[in-house]
Design a protein. Structure first.
Length: 341
């Protein structure tokens, strides 16, 4: 129903306005008695065979929602009813910021893709915490970044502020230095600044009574040499793992009219590259750390390929928008079918 009826209607309107409309609609529906339970009973696939224990956390299934969809932790409880095993909120910054000027979100329907140049628009970490305090059993990842006005030389301070503020309210952290939409942010992926940032956070983490897993989200545009550096950095800093991958700045093979828009590209054009990155990291590291696979998952086959390539968990974003919530159910059913073979 979503793909044949709902999506064609939604796709006639501005994508950012549609995003806010669907948030309002989902929130409204969940205020009706029993609707949340009905949605959950239809979409969630429950089985012990789907459970995963990764970096010390137990996931009820390996399919998560990637950061960027629920930036401000406004709808994580309701979204979890669609069958997600975990929800990643953010990217959050210390101070609220508007992000880049609109229009900043573009559909590429012929390519089943999206280009965004949102620019870490969010209400700030403290505002999100107010909502996270109401969490009722949803496994939450906290994706953190720096404010646009913060120079790279002081970026570590922004990550520290977010880390300390969120520590009691999320289950794991994701350090985002790979978004192409904040000026000069990707420079923090260079070996020395990245090592300094991760060591700072890990040192703070290890002083806690119960340290939380810290993951690094990387760009798909890194060279093999840079990916080898990532493996070395993960092993040196002893962070928990990697999320592969963020959006790409590549425009290779696109057909849509909006293909020249600036920003990060997500969706089907990223499917193969993100899987290649997962496989490279897994093989070259001898599976020494977990990987969360994200990028271009539009069907169960895409998800299985990423898991087979070495991902321990996967996340959806653009595929969730194009294919609808049934995609989560289809992936989990395919995983169950595979486990019973």
């Amino acid at each position: 129903m979503y793909r044949l009826l709902i999506r064609p209607i939604l796709f006639k309107f501005d994508p950012e306005k549609v995003h806010h409309f669907t948030f309002s609609l989902i929130r409204f529906l969940h205020k009706i008695p029993f609707v949340g339970s009905l949605i959950n009973s239809y979409y969630e696939v429950k089985s012990l065979k789907l459970e995963r224990e990764v970096f010390g956390l137990k996931f009820k299934n390996p399919v998560g929602l990637a950061a960027g969809f629920d930036k401000d932790a406004k709808l994580y409880q309701e979204l979890s009813n669609f069958g997600f095993g975990f929800i990643e909120i953010g990217t959050l910054t210390p101070k609220p910021q508007e992000g880049n000027p609109k229009k900043r979100l573009f559909r590429l329907q012929e390519d089943s893709a999206i280009i965004n140049r949102m620019g870490f628009n969010n209400g700030g970490v403290e505002e999100a915490i107010i909502r996270l305090k109401k969490n009722n059993g949803v496994l939450i990842g906290g994706n953190i970044g720096k404010n646009k006005i913060t120079p790279n030389e002081e970026a570590v301070n922004d990550y520290v502020i977010c880390f300390e503020a969120l520590f009691d309210y999320v289950d794991y952290f994701v350090v985002n230095v790979s978004s192409p939409n904040t000026p000069n942010l990707r420079e923090l992926q260079e070996k020395e600044p990245l090592k300094a940032l991760l060591n700072t956070l890990q040192n703070l983490n290890l002083k806690k009574n119960k340290p939380k897993p810290i993951l690094l989200k990387i760009a798909p545009d890194l060279t093999n040499e840079q990916l080898l550096d990532i493996i070395e950095i993960v092993n040196e800093t002893k962070i928990a793992g990697v999320i592969a991958s963020n959006t790409t700045i590549s425009r290779e093979g696109l057909e849509s009219a909006n293909k020249s828009e600036m920003g990060g590209l997500s969706g089907k054009p990223l499917t193969n590259r993100s899987t290649e990155v997962i496989r490279f990291l897994s093989e070259k590291s001898n599976k020494s750390f977990p990987i969360i696979g994200v990028g271009g998952i539009h069907c169960a086959k895409d998800a299985l390929e990423k898991l087979d390539a070495g991902a321990s968990l996967i996340q959806l974003y653009t595929g969730f928008i194009y294919e609808g919530p049934k995609l989560i159910k289809e992936i989990n059913k395919a995983l169950l079918k595979k486990s019973s073979v």
